[in-house]
Design a protein around this ligand. Structure first.
Ligand code: UDP
Ligand code: MN
Length: 398
């Protein structure tokens, strides 16, 4: 058989060869993109609701009332920076301010922190993914709670995560700025326990975290005790490159809200349900998840979404993550808010809990049931809890 081809046949062969070459180049590109992705390009699809946010109006709230957060709109006057210290003497910080590391407290602290950061060189089969320094811990507070709640945190668990914890408040406060070594952030949000102010702070917390480059964002209220080593161990079980929304709901069924789209040509009323982690127990978000939130809720846009659905910060967070981004809440029972009875947390499990809280209910305290300091010295039980978990602290009884 002759190898010489006629002209049409030659064209046909050339065409076939070119098609094959194009197919090979295309396959290579697809494989490369799958493996490495496109640099600097956000590929997430914004859910429909975000594109139509202008039209969203909530009309009915079903399900249980959540979180006790009030939703009234109050016009705030400008925050004043004049701060009157009420009980500054009762918060003597001298015992934790020794610059040298000679005290038992500091030695213990250093041992613990070294333990947390050195797991990478131990012979564990699984390399650690998350260490204390990978976590951004944000605490929401307000001017009126600096002398009480903030001071209590600074004296206890803050000492175990001084470089990782940031306080988001609504005034400049030189005194606590110094106590926290510059970790007090004045958000310039309004003071007050109302939706707009709370969403404003949460928005600031999220934005500062995004800037920080850390792997995990963990939010807490200023009436939370955070068991720092346990928090690190918790996050070590999850990957920050996967979408994680870790926390605990305060209601037994998902929140149901009705979104009313009056402005559309065909007015609609849509019922949606979603879970949210109650802010008062604390919750954590992986960096992967916050990067997906960035285009819709970053750079202050969290406040806009709160404004549109008119729910508090923690509900807004659940709405964005569960409803808009379709990332489900992973329930972690070790987070605790004062919406649950603290006395039911068994002492033998204290080490295993991530967060605790307290609240004064009428004349009674909802607090952790723990031996230690008397009720007058330690009504919120956080000093006793802290000494139970970390007995080497200098104010703990020997
Ligand atoms: N908070 C605030 N501004 C206020 C009152 C409260 O930022 O005017 C913060 C407070 O610091 C705490 C959270 O909101 O971190 C919840 O406040 P609180 O414990 O008083 O109320 P709860 O919602 O738990 O009943
Ligand atoms: Mn509270």
């Amino acid at each position: 058989m002759s190898l010489s081809l006629s002209l049409p046949q030659r064209y046909k062969r050339t065409l076939q060869a070119m098609t094959l070459a194009v197919a090979i180049i295309y396959m290579t590109l697809v494989l490369y993109q799958n493996a490495y992705g496109y640099p600097n390009i956000q590929t997430i699809q914004l859910p429909l609701e975000v594109a139509q946010q202008e039209d969203i109006q909530p009309v009915v709230v079903a399900s249980q009332q959540q979180d006790g957060h009030q939703q009234q709109h109050i016009q705030q006057h400008q925050p004043t920076t004049v701060i009157i210290r009420k009980d500054v003497l009762s918060f003597n910080f001298s015992d934790i301010e020794r610059p040298d590391s000679s005290s038992i407290s500091d030695t213990g602290r250093n041992l613990l922190l070294r333990g947390l950061s050195q797991r990478s060189v131990t012979a564990t089969p699984k390399p650690p993914i998350t260490e204390l320094d990978d976590i951004f811990i944000s605490v929401k507070t307000t001017k009126n709670y600096h002398d009480t709640r903030l001071a209590l945190i600074i004296k206890t668990w803050f000492q175990l995560a001084r470089d990782q914890t940031w306080f988001f408040t609504d005034v400049d406060d030189k005194y606590y700025q110094e106590k926290t070594k510059g970790h007090l952030i004045n958000t310039n949000c309004s003071m007050g326990h109302f939706r707009k102010a709370l969403c404003c702070k949460m928005s600031a917390e999220l934005d500062v975290f995004l800037e920080s480059g850390k792997k995990w964002f963990c939010h807490f209220d200023d009436d939370n005790y955070v068991n720092v080593p346990r928090l690190v161990r918790l996050l070590d079980d999850y990957s920050p490159t996967v979408d994680w929304y870790l926390g605990k709901p305060s209601i037994s069924s998902p929140l149901e809200i009705h979104l009313d789209n009056k402005n559309s040509s065909v007015p609609t009323n849509k019922k949606i349900t979603f879970w949210f982690a109650t802010g008062g127990a604390g919750f954590c978000l992986s960096r992967a998840l916050t990067l997906k939130m960035l285009p819709i809720a970053g750079g202050g846009k969290f406040i806009n979404i709160g404004d549109r659905i008119r729910f508090p910060d923690d509900v807004t967070m659940g709405f964005i993550i569960e409803h808009l981004l379709k990332v489900p809440l992973t329930v972690v029972d070790n987070f605790h808010s004062h919406l649950e009875p603290m006395e039911f947390i068994r002492p033998e499990t204290f080490h295993d809990q991530v967060s605790f809280s307290y609240a004064r209910m009428k004349n009674e305290w909802n607090v952790v049931k723990i031996d230690g300091f008397d009720m007058k010295t330690d009504p919120k039980r956080f000093y006793s809890l802290h000494c139970h978990l970390f007995p080497y602290f200098s104010f703990c009884p020997r």
